[in-house]
Write a protein that binds this ligand. Structure first.
Ligand SMILES: [Zn+2]
Length: 166
């Protein structure tokens, strides 16, 4: 038996991809990049997803509000660029409204399912995989182990986390 986390790590190797060509002028050009691959087993045993935080949209909102403030303070009907500035300011207003919606939706999701998602990830760290049987064992405190199907493990763990919390 090996921990599911170790299996996923081992079965998700990062490979170096290198593409090269000889240019017409005789110079060789190379493009290298790292790509994380994933076997079917790693995809099957993948950890439950972490919920999206509000950090990124909040930073974007801060920048957008600042720009909007600059834009509005430069809004002068007497200036020749009035139309362009007004247009951009209203476009930015839409962006601000959209970002606010994203933040509110994510906040609601986080408060509703955040603890479940975290609990499911904690359960995942206590899962063991048997390569011979292809079965996952969830090691519970107190020695009562639970056998789970490897297929769709994350979904099963979220379901368990939900029943444990309520
Ligand atoms: Zn076995």
């Amino acid at each position: 038996m090996v921990s599911v986390a170790a299996v996923v790590l081992e079965e998700s190797p990062t490979v170096l991809v290198r593409a090269g060509n000889m240019g017409a002028n005789g110079y060789a050009g190379y493009l290298t990049g790292r790509v994380q691959t994933k076997t079917r087993l790693a995809a099957m045993l993948a950890p439950p997803a972490r919920l999206q935080t509000v950090t990124a949209p909040a930073v974007c909102l801060g920048v957008a509000v600042f720009l909007e403030f600059v834009m509005l303070s430069n809004l002068d009907p007497a200036r020749s660029d009035f139309g362009a500035v007004a247009g951009f300011a209203s476009l930015l207003g839409l962006v601000i409204a959209a970002l606010t919606c994203v933040i509110l939706v994510r906040k609601r999701k986080l408060s509703a399912s955040g603890p479940i998602a975290e609990r499911a990830r904690a359960l995942w760290r206590r899962c063991w995989y048997c390569r011979r049987c292809g079965v996952v064992t969830l090691a519970m405190t107190g020695g009562s182990n639970q056998t789970l199907p490897a297929h769709g493990l994350a979904r099963t763990l979220v379901a368990i986390a939900r029943t444990k919390l309520h």
